[in-house]
Design a protein around this ligand. Structure first.
Ligand code: NDP
Length: 397
């Protein structure tokens, strides 16, 4: 049993809070803290458990964080705010003496740049303090990394080709909306593509490489090669991988909107002066786009995210496809949030559960594939994200 502090009160935090409450056998005390305390109170009201505490905190401010941690004394802090806050929250965890979990790697606000080096640099300090930091415990990164670890443990002597395939075949009936924080989402998609091949990173123009892939229970969808952060740790932790790629589906309508947004400069993260006030165009765009937390009610269809893997077992070539499909409606009925928040918040709660049980407690900074995957996989089946396996079929890739 242990005390957990959730930071952030967005879609992912809302789902994680619902699930943490359902895991009362391991979480003794729960607090939700975010920039806007009323949003934390809304989550508590929706869950209907007045024992959950709430607080206001600016997670960019290390001193404020440490004061809050000293007051609540968490064993684990779940960072479900934004990637910008990863380092301040990790720093505050070290100062107070508690462990850390997140779902996205650190990004500087003024540079859309995704890499783990900033967070890996904390390894020795977490080790010396006897504290655990669990990085990337959402779906991708998160479950996709654990699917890979599970495949490596049970089905392959050598993973050679890894393709992570992420399909959202949902329809929210809006002309344009993003499924999680629009600023973070648009920064990710408008980057150059990157994949690993023959021992080096290869760069592509944004969304340059695409292919039609078939998704279970969904059918064919155009899928675009993107850089995604879990590739960085997976090729490091599985050095036999010759090629690792990440694919995400987008509809034509979405891409047309995105192109216009970029062409008119609204995807820019460089501050501009507007009527004497400094604004960042992408942050302004976020303010006028639909709030991802409010997409759930009329969201139909499902997501399908998985790993397609080729490699060797006992000297013979094997293929393996492992995936989860998640219905937006079912997610909404359970938590009031759509499937993308659900598929991120549930794994965060499972990672926290395994930490509290001592199974994922190990001093240092770890990506999730570095822990034993078996109990995590069992919990996915129990906690709303069941997975399926297909052996030795054409992977299309
Ligand atoms: P939202 O934008 O809905 O929520 C973010 C929350 O963080 C908001 O409540 C916001 O407060 C709060 N916040 C922002 N800045 C601060 C700050 N300085 N101090 C305190 N609180 C702050 O995002 P999501 O819930 O959609 O996403 C949460 C995280 O999950 C992100 O890091 C995202 O990248 C990650 N993610 C990971 C995925 C995965 O599969 N691994 C998939 C999807 C998302 P306020 O409401 O006041 O603005």
């Amino acid at each position: 049993m242990g005390r957990v502090l959730i930071i952030g009160a967005g879609g992912v935090a809302t789902v994680a809070a619902h699930k943490v409450v359902k895991n009362a056998d391991v979480f003794s005390d729960i607090m939700i803290a975010s920039r806007t305390q009323s949003k934390c109170d809304d989550i508590v009201r929706a869950i209907g458990n007045p024992k959950i505490k709430t607080a206001r905190v600016d997670a960019d401010n290390i001193d404020e964080l440490v004061r809050l941690f000293d007051e609540f004394r968490p064993d684990l802090v779940m960072n479900l705010a934004l990637p910008y806050q990863d380092l301040t929250i990790m720093e505050a965890c070290l100062r107070h003496g508690c462990s850390y979990l997140d779902t996205a790697n650190y990004e500087p606000k003024d540079e859309a740049h995704f890499e783990y080096s900033w967070q890996w640099a904390y390894k020795e300090r977490f080790e010396a303090a006897g504290l655990t930091a669990i990085l990337g415990c959402g779906f991708d990164p998160g479950v996709t990394s654990i699917f890979t670890a599970y495949a490596a443990k049970h089905y392959f002597d050598e993973i050679q080709y890894l393709d992570i395939v992420d399909c959202n075949a949902g329809d929210h009936h809006k002309a344009f909306a993003t499924n999680f924080n629009p600023e973070i989402n648009i920064r990710e998609i408008t980057q150059k593509g990157l994949f690993w091949e023959d021992g080096q990173w290869r760069e592509t123009e944004p969304l340059e490489i695409h292919k039609t892939l078939n998704y279970p229970n969904i059918g064919p969808k155009e899928s675009y090669l993107l850089h995604h952060e879990e590739l960085e740790s997976l090729v490091k932790n599985y050095p036999t991988i010759r090629r690792a790629r990440f694919w995400m589906t987008f509809g034509q309508e979405y891409l047309t909107h995105l192109r216009v947004i970029q062409n008119i400069g609204m995807a820019s993260i460089k501050p501009i002066n507007y009527n004497g006030m400094e604004i960042v165009p992408l942050q302004f765009l976020k303010a006028v786009l639909p709030n991802p937390q409010e997409l759930g009610e009329n969201y139909e269809g499902e997501t399908s995210i998985g790993c397609r893997i080729r490699g060797l077992k006992d000297g013979k070539e094997q293929t393996y496809y492992i995936y989860n499909n998640c219905s937006h409606q079912a997610a909404y009925e359970e938590t009031g949030m759509q499937g993308v928040s659900y598929t991120t918040g549930v794994p965060a709660c499972i990672g926290a559960r395994l930490f509290m049980l001592g199974e994922w407690k190990r001093p240092g900074v770890w990506n999730v594939e570095e822990f034993d995957p078996d109990n995590f996989m069992a919990e996915l089946n129990k906690q709303g994200l069941p997975w399926h396996e297909i052996f030795n079929q054409d992977l299309e890739l």
